[in-house]
Write a protein that binds this ligand. Structure first.
Ligand SMILES: *Cc1c(COP(=O)(O)O)cnc(C)c1O
Length: 415
């Protein structure tokens, strides 16, 4: 029996399903999870000492690779000063300045401890600012494990076949209107009287699906016409698909932006922000309540600031783009019947002919074929996301050596 298997047995007694987040159990690819002991650069090591080239990237944050020296040093430097104050700090100011200077649509922001919390804050703020209730959401769009967004949500909710979760009261999603991703006309019709439209600018939680030409700019225009706010959920894409996120890559501006993942440098951080005239509705300046005991936590803020500092170098994004293209070519050429959707350093191989442009086409993928492929990659020392409907990420730490090892494992997985 492996150590992972032993630990999984113990874990299932005291943790539901043995995990703290559902897809980690690897159910969608039909195997038991690996327990991870440590991670460095492009690699993770399991409890049995086996090393894997990692494309999970802790579900997105590890854009610099695991345990990048600058982030580790920043955490070490912050540690002796204490772990939490529940009071303002200089580092939070510097963090907010760094985010605002990278994203022109953000003048002010509010930090949280997760992406889902940032989305919940942005939705409440959008309703408060417009005096309207309805939120338009895309099918297959994932915005965290929050009640109102668990209608046709992607990520674990897709692979686990839970379109709307039990426990979410009908009232919580009654004001959520669903439209297909990449369908501007449907969004325009649904926006009538709505507070906001929330969308992942590059869908990443139904697998990666790029926005069609003009889709995002079109959404901004129809939101403006409807008096609704465009909320771009850049929890995955922020500082990932470009320094200024999808807004920079596609030349569009959100009214409100949600961030998470990359901005925490691997520690729990989220944030939402926008122009001052909207943000001022939030308490303590305005009446819209939002709060968090550990929001702006000094260790998490230090890690995030250090990560943002490293990401200020444009060479990082050139490297991510090149490595992303190289991995895409390896997967597309490995002999499996796949179509690979990629935007920069995030991608998904779908097991079908394609094109994959929305949730309906994404869910036509042969998930059994993906599962077999992923299991064989793990046997070959490569760690892919354990579900068809999650994104693969390359990091700035992945190089020719890791790509060569991946090419070998891909060959064996499709032999
Ligand atoms: C991961 C993710 C979230 C949720 O973030 P958590 O930190 O897991 O709460 C929200 N939106 C998008 C687009 C995400 O990818």
């Amino acid at each position: 029996m492996t150590r992972s298997a032993e630990l999984y047995e113990r874990a299932r007694r005291v943790l539901v399903g043995g995990v703290n987040s559902p897809v980690r159990a690897m159910g969608p690819i039909g195997r038991d999870p690996l327990f991870i002991e440590r991670a460095k650069g492009p690699y993770v090591w399991d409890a049995d000492g086996a090393r894997y080239v990692d494309y999970l990237a802790t579900w997105g944050p590890a854009i610099l690779g695991h345990a990048p020296p600058a982030v580790m040093r920043a955490i070490e430097a912050a540690l002796p000063s204490g772990t939490s104050f529940g009071a303002p700090t200089e580092a939070e100011v510097r963090f907010a300045e760094a985010v605002a200077s990278a994203m022109p649509s953000i003048e002010q922001l509010r930090m949280t401890s997760s992406g889902g919390e940032a989305v919940a804050g942005a939705l409440r703020l959008a309703r408060a600012a417009t005096g309207r209730d309805v939120i338009v959401k895309t099918e297959g769009g994932y915005h965290g494990a929050i009640d109102g967004m668990l209608a046709a949500a992607g990520s674990g909710a897709t692979t686990l076949g839970v379109p709307t979760s039990p426990g979410v009261p009908a009232g919580a999603t009654a004001a959520t209107r669903l439209v297909p991703f990449n369908d501007l006309a449907a969004a325009e019709a649904a926006l009538d009287g709505a507070a906001a439209m929330i969308v992942e600018p590059v869908a990443g939680n139904m697998g990666v699906v790029a926005p069609a030409d003009g889709y995002l700019a079109g959404l901004r225009a129809v939101c403006d016409r409807a008096g609704a706010l465009l909320i771009l959920d850049e929890v995955m894409t922020g500082f990932r698909v470009a320094h200024g996120g999808a807004q920079q890559r596609y030349g569009v501006q959100a009214h409100l932006t949600c961030l998470g993942k990359v901005i925490g440098g691997g520690l729990p951080v989220g944030a939402f922000g926008g122009p001052r005239e909207i943000m001022r509705e939030l308490a303590p300046e305005g009446p819209c309540y939002q709060a968090g005991t550990l929001s702006g936590n000094p260790l998490a803020t230090a890690a995030g600031l250090a990560a943002l500092g490293e990401l200020a170098d444009p060479a990082v994004y050139e490297r991510l783009e090149a490595t992303g293209a190289a991995l895409e070519a390896l997967i597309a050429g490995c002999g499996a019947r796949v179509v690979v959707n990629r935007v920069g350093s995030m991608m998904t191989p779908f097991f079908q002919e394609g094109p994959v442009v929305d949730y309906a086409s994404a869910t036509r993928s042969d998930t059994e074929a993906y599962a077999a492929f992923a299991r064989r990659l793990l046997e070959g020392g490569v760690y892919p996301p354990p579900s068809q409907y999650e994104a693969w990420f390359v990091s700035a730490a992945h190089g020719p050596e890791e790509l060569a090892a991946t090419g070998q494992a891909l060959g064996a997985a499709t032999a």
